[in-house]
Design a protein around this ligand. Sequence first.
Ligand code: NCD
Length: 293
Amino acid sequence: MQHLITTDDLTIKQIEQILDDALRFKLQKKPVSLLKNRLLFTLFFENSTRTRSSFEVAAKRLGANVVHLDPSKSSTNKGESVEDTFLNLCAMLPDGVIIRHSDNHLAKKLSDMNLTPLLNAGSGSYAHPTQALLDLFTLKEHFGSLDGLKIAIVGDIVNSRVASSAIALFGRFGIKISLVAPEPFMPRDTNLPKFDKLEDVLDDVDVVMSLRAQFERHNKPVFENYETYASHYCLTKENIGSRDIIIMHPGPVMRNIDISDEILDDKRSKVLTQVTNGLFVRMAILKLLLLDS
Ligand code: NCD
């Protein structure tokens, strides 16, 4: 049984298959019935706009049925543990469970029970494998080849599961990563090149990936004033200029703090392309885990 907790659960061959299948799904556009009569649960203990709907639309475009359990209305609110909730869902014989939770290690713990393929849709600050895969697809789609690409990740890197999964996955494909953040947002335990000024990297990258401040993971406010933060780290017409680079962000974008309105509207912004690609990449992931493994 194959799970997807971190991108390290996948071999390079499997990742290449996901990228190929996703491209095929994107080109062919219309739904297919590869997962007809399959049943998936989505179980999101943290807020989600893109990831949950993307998984649900991906499953439906493959012909699967999706049942969403809303934790705020489930028996976890009556004191049932997440493990017991999961056991009960598995007793209904699903073909997979897609879970998002603030606990870094819960998804792994549940997958170790080996009851059903488990797909991690975001675990604390630890991992967000499907985001990293859709970002990889977006890079490959734009640049053709991945080896040697240079990307700067900017923002609340230390608290971001998007950053941790991107760093883990992109490195395997020869992508060179630089980190740009103020000291409280910069991870300490990394050998990657670190910068505190955006201007110091912009001339030497192909891609800038901006990340939101992860307020839900801050015990107390890190900055009193995000306008000051934005004056250093927001991607704007002024600092991006006419450079031939692309801009990425997993969403939700804090407009004019992470990325300015103008740059979001610029054709170099791939933010909505990432959302579209997420759909096809998640179709490919569901195919791999539920059908091919
Ligand atoms: C991200 C997440 O939830 O980790 N969003 C997403 O899945 N597209 C990033 C974020 O919330 O900042």
